[in-house]
Design a protein around this ligand. Structure first.
Ligand SMILES: *[C@@H]1O[C@H](CO)[C@@H](O)[C@H](O)[C@H]1NC(C)=O
Ligand SMILES: *[C@@H]1O[C@H](CO)[C@@H](O)[C@H](O)[C@H]1NC(C)=O
Ligand SMILES: *[C@@H]1O[C@H](CO)[C@@H](O)[C@H](O)[C@H]1NC(C)=O
Ligand SMILES: *[C@@H]1O[C@H](CO)[C@@H](O)[C@H](O)[C@H]1NC(C)=O
Ligand SMILES: *[C@@H]1O[C@H](CO)[C@@H](O)[C@H](O)[C@H]1NC(C)=O
Length: 228
């Protein structure tokens, strides 16, 4: 009788863990949850790979900082938050990698988490507290397509910053993680065009994107140095 009790007690934890699996974090909430981390971009990048895209329990909530849609063919998606994203067929194939149609996830993140000491801003000096560039709209766009890495594309993806009303020149940049987890803004692998007041970034991979606006004329040269 005592042995039976023990068996019951040992089995119970196994059942309870299968009945109530730990809830996965919602992708929509990842940037907010990462706010307090020391390296916010790295935290977001990591957690976006394991998070749950859909909140199955509640009604669909409009979130001005989060957009998600399933992609099944090459298309241009209007996020209705000021950005158009074109997903090339190659990017889609790369992302599928034998799995089903992936979700495109777009997250608008406060640029303050992407301030660096070894960035474009400091290329011509060492004072990062007085950057002579700003990010367009002060917003960084995180773009993911499924859980697989989407890199090294010969058919670029396009991120269009709509109707920016900018008279200045801008340069598309992406956040590059170094081996130590820190990051900086880089331009290689992204081309910038200006089309009817829109900044169009054509890039060979997905990442965190932004447009750097040059405030000082001498910035132009250091940005172009980065390209070569
Ligand atoms: C970004 O964060 C800073 C510092 O927390 C805050 O002052 C600013 O209002 C935020 N910007 C936006 C667009 O939310
Ligand atoms: C950093 O800035 C200070 C003051 O502007 C300057 O004296 C110093 O030489 C700079 N150091 C480097 C490595 O550029
Ligand atoms: C990128 O793609 C090219 C050809 O499309 C290939 O030669 C190269 O090895 C790839 N590089 C990486 C890092 O995957
Ligand atoms: C943009 O940059 C180009 C080349 O550096 C320059 O000729 C042009 O005047 C700039 N335009 C604006 C609006 O700053
Ligand atoms: C950027 O432009 C160059 C020259 O036109 C081209 O070779 C390259 O493939 C383009 N890269 C992307 C990511 O569009």
């Amino acid at each position: 009788m005592r042995g039976f009790c023990c068996v019951v007690l040992w089995i119970f934890p196994i059942f309870s863990s299968t009945i109530a699996p730990p809830e996965r974090e919602l992708c929509r909430k990842v940037p907010e949850k990462c706010r307090t981390e020391q390296n916010v971009p790295l935290c977001i990048e990591d957690r976006m790979k394991t998070c749950e895209n859909k909140d199955h329990r509640g009604p669909v909530i409009y979130d001005p900082k989060y957009f998600s849609i399933q992609i099944s063919s090459e298309e241009t998606v209007d996020t209705e938050r000021g950005y158009l994203i074109h997903i090339s067929d190659e990017a889609l194939q790369r992302s599928r990698n034998g799995l089903g149609d992936p979700n495109l996830i777009v997250s608008l993140i406060n640029e303050t988490f992407f301030r660096v000491s070894s960035s474009l801003n400091t290329k011509k000096g060492n004072d990062s507290s007085k950057p002579d560039t700003i990010l367009h709209g002060q917003t960084v766009l995180g773009v993911w397509l499924g859980k697989n890495e989407v890199q090294n594309l010969s058919q670029p993806v396009q991120i269009r910053f709509i109707d920016t009303k900018q008279s200045q020149n801008g340069t598309c940049v992406y956040w590059h993680f170094e081996d130590n987890g820190k990051g900086n803004w880089r331009t290689d692998g992204c081309n910038t065009t200006i089309d009817n007041g829109d900044f169009v970034c054509s890039c060979n991979h997905l990442s965190f994107f932004a447009v750097l606006i040059e405030l000082a004329p001498e910035m132009t040269s250091s940005v172009f140095q980065m390209c070569t």
